[in-house]
Design a protein around this ligand. Structure first.
Ligand SMILES: Cc1cc2nc3c(=O)[nH]c(=O)nc-3n(C[C@H](O)[C@H](O)[C@H](O)COP(=O)(O)O)c2cc1C
Length: 183
């Protein structure tokens, strides 16, 4: 098997101070520094893919927006996908769900068979585990080859935002164990 080297990472959040973006950026750095040294990392920001709210009427009238086409293509061009999910009211953020819905109209196999590690974090003790479970449970419908997943609870106590890395040693080891499943 050839080593995957095009890593695409994003937080499923449109917050400019997204803790999930911090986590997924850290995960991508660990992957490049420790697991796949030749990796080429691209980090997407959902704000660059803002679109009108999906509706079947809008789709019929004006088709699928270019941002959705570009997002879908970015996934297609990658070897590995890292996503960290923000949890809003037990589920996906609206920003992510909108992009996902538009992309699913190009092809329901949104993740295009890519090897993935998915994660989530929140300031609370459950680490956004509801949304992570939803993403895991539905993976098969969207051609997601999920190799590993990790929920990071109590973000403010477990992650050093200044240094941009997990400071909880158990979680740091678990992240590396999950990422290693990509090989
Ligand atoms: C509208 C809204 C709903 C939220 N619902 C949840 C929730 O259901 N579970 C949870 O753990 N955190 C919830 N939170 C807190 C988020 O975990 C927190 O805002 C976190 O920073 C979101 O991730 P992000 O910074 O990557 O956007 C909610 C926050 C907002 C603004």
């Amino acid at each position: 098997m050839t080593t995957p080297n095009k890593i695409l990472a994003f937080a499923a959040s449109n917050s400019s101070t997204s803790i999930n973006k911090m986590l997924v950026t850290h995960a991508a750095e660990v992957l490049k520094d420790e697991i796949i040294p030749a990796a080429n990392v691209t980090i997407l920001d959902l704000n660059d893919f803002e679109m009108p709210i999906f509706s079947v009427d809008r789709e019929q009238a004006t088709g699928i927006p270019e941002h959705a086409q570009a997002f879908f293509k970015a996934i297609g061009d990658s070897d590995v996908l890292l996503i960290s999910y923000a949890e809003h009211n037990g589920s996906y953020s609206s920003a992510y769900k909108n992009i996902f819905d538009w992309c699913s109209r190009i092809n329901a196999e949104v993740f295009q068979g890519k090897a993935m590690v998915i994660m989530s974090t929140s300031p609370g003790p459950y680490g956004a585990s509801n949304v992570l479970k939803t993403a895991n449970d539905s993976a098969g419908f969207f051609a997601a080859d999920i190799r590993g997943s990790i929920s990071v609870p109590n973000f403010n106590d477990t992650f050093d935002a200044e240094k941009g890395r997990l400071m909880d040693t158990d979680l740091a080891a678990e992240l590396r164990a999950q990422l290693a499943k990509l090989l």
